[in-house]
Design a protein around this ligand. Structure first.
Ligand SMILES: Cc1cc2nc3c(=O)[nH]c(=O)nc-3n(C[C@H](O)[C@H](O)[C@H](O)COP(=O)(O)OP(=O)(O)OC[C@H]3O[C@@H](n4cnc5c(N)ncnc54)[C@H](O)[C@@H]3O)c2cc1C
Length: 513
């Protein structure tokens, strides 16, 4: 017999097999010897009370042997099957490729950047010399923006597709099984490259293809139907299906579509800064303690405020993290955040952004939000003074309109320069942040402090352009066979939702081909 039950454990008791069985036997009111095994279904930290506890949902195997789950999809060989061109090897492109294989179609993934290993050198040049390779950086290359991301896998997209399948696919390719049970699953930047490499190997072993240094520069269309793509401005590749999963940074793709009179639309996004505190401040506040217990992970937060008609919110919070330089073009600053699997850096950062509406950027140009985003990133670069040095300001100084006399030690490797951050942000963004930060301080003790630094600019929160598609067929309304996919097309925000959208596009190809 199997029974699911919820139990609470002290942080020091988590992972103690005997304690867990004893707690289960007490909760189920049965002898401990009858519990032959158990499976943790969900695990979360509850820090609401004075004493922080773990809440576990557990399946107990009573008088019945426990059989562990095996996460394994078998991928048949598709070498000689119908080809599907997938542009972009981010989470969306890779999961679309895996699903194509499951569907008996041959994926050919075209990626402008390099493989995971070679990409590492370009990241070192960004961090140490402030040099951006426009084809290989934190956003471009194998695994897309997902590879050197934080690898948080929490998503609210449960209506869009099978989240568990995505998580289990990560496990099949080397991720820790903890991601299947944690309320806020996290892989960590150090582990993601191996997982992405394993996914590539699955695709290749099944007869699919993954080609690097293959920048798609044109889409071939005849009589409203896709015919293939042009790569690196010279090679033509022909196919009846193109999944366009180029992410939200590929401005050249939006420009290409617009130039070819293929409908694209301006899309609202959110803009702001990355905020970094010493992790100890966040721990003390969230866990109500002076020093975090060794049994608890670095603490997390999520904050939201309404300032007039605008939402201001934190997102992509990275406990024990690093602020990363994520520009894709020269002479611009874009920041984001990541953390290693152990989350053992001394800082906590999060994107803290203000909603921007289409009315904030007047005009008819469908690319106006994108151009507005680019201008702000370029202004941030100028304010920093070059070499990817980012503009920064202490939190209370920012709110009070004072230049910081110095900046706190922080994790952003190319360096930060003290400036008036309002000079790089639109007035309504700066004033919304100015109002929201003290509010956040009321919600979270210790948050509103000059020990925190604001680093500009967090501008790639989501795509500034939408590529429309039919709700049912997933194809562009003007071009059959063209499947706008995931974050770059405006249908996903994050690794899991992008992966789900990749799966959905591959299923749509099968259904409507
Ligand atoms: C530092 C950082 C940390 C992040 N942390 C998290 C996190 O913890 N959790 C989370 O859910 N999300 C996180 N994200 C966001 C997440 O990485 C993205 O939401 C996700 O990768 C989007 O997936 P995608 O496949 O739609 O696009 P992308 O990952 O952007 O992939 C698009 C790919 O297309 C390629 N491409 C673009 N143009 C062309 C072209 N013309 N020809 C060929 N290839 C092209 C690009 O090189 C890229 O590899 C983070 C992002 C960054 C940068």
């Amino acid at each position: 017999m199997q029974k699911d039950i919820e139990i609470k454990l002290a942080p020091s008791e988590v992972g103690e097999d005997e304690v867990l069985k004893k707690t289960l036997s007490a909760a189920l009111e049965i002898e401990q010897t009858r519990i032959k095994g158990y499976k943790i279904l969900k695990r979360s930290i509850d820090a609401r009370g004075r004493n922080v506890v773990y809440r576990l949902k557990v399946r107990a195997f009573i008088d019945e042997n426990f059989v562990p789950d095996v996460y394994r999809i078998e991928y048949a060989n598709v070498k000689d099957r119908k080809p599907v061109l997938i542009v972009g090897a981010g989470p969306a492109g890779l999961f679309a490729a895996l699903q194509c294989i499951e569907n008996g179609l041959k994926p050919i993934v075209l990626e402008r950047g390099k493989d995971v290993k070679q990409r590492r050198r370009d990241l070192a040049a960004i961090n140490k010399q402030g040099l951006v390779n426009t084809e290989s950086n934190y956003c471009y290359g194998e695994g897309g923006a997902g590879t050197y991301s934080d690898g948080k896998l929490y998503t609210r997209s449960n209506k869009r597709g099978d989240i568990n399948k995505v998580l289990e696919t990560f496990v099949q390719h080397g991720a820790d099984e903890d991601i299947l049970i944690d309320a806020r699953p996290h892989i960590g930047t150090n582990k993601l490259p191996h997982i992405i490499t394993a996914i590539r190997e699955t695709i290749l072993n099944a007869g699919g293809e993954v080609r690097f240094d293959q920048k798609v520069t044109d889409i071939l269309i005849e009589f409203g139907k896709v015919k293939g793509v042009v790569v690196n401005e010279e090679d033509q590749l022909l196919a009846d299906f193109v999944i366009l999963a180029t992410g939200h940074s590929a401005r050249d793709i939006y420009e290409l579509l617009d130039r070819k009179k293929i409908l694209v639309e301006a899309k609202p996004f959110a803009l702001g800064v990355r905020i970094e505190h010493p992790q100890s401040i966040i721990d003390a506040s969230q866990y109500h303690c002076d020093i975090r217990s060794e049994f608890l992970p670095p603490a997390y937060y999520s904050l939201v405020a309404q300032v007039g008609s605008r939402g201001v919110f934190s997102f992509c919070m990275c406990p024990g993290g690093i602020i990363a330089p994520c520009a894709t073009y020269e002479n611009e600053i874009v920041v984001n955040g990541w953390s290693p699997s152990k989350r053992n850096n001394p800082f906590a950062n999060s994107g803290t952004v203000v909603q921007i509406t289409l009315e904030d950027v007047k005009g008819e140009d469908p690319l106006r939000m994108m151009r507005f985003q680019a201008e702000i990133e370029q202004q941030a670069f100028k304010l920093g003074g070059g070499n990817l040095v980012a503009p920064g300001q202490r939190m209370v100084d920012f709110v009070q309109g004072k230049l910081s006399s110095d900046l706190p030690k922080n994790s952003y490797l190319p360096g930060t320069k003290s400036v008036m951050l309002k000079d790089t942000l639109p007035d309504f963004v700066a004033s919304s942040l100015r109002n929201a930060l003290p509010e956040f301080g009321k919600k979270m003790k210790g948050y509103y402090t000059n020990e925190a630094i604001l680093v500009g600019v967090e501008s790639r929160s989501s795509s500034p352009v939408r590529i429309p598609r039919d709700k049912e067929t997933y194809q562009h309304p003007q071009v059959s066979g063209l499947y706008p996919c995931a974050e770059g097309a405006g249908y996903a925000g994050g690794i899991v939702s992008a992966a789900i959208d990749g799966v959905n596009c591959a299923n749509a190809v099968l259904k409507f081909s």
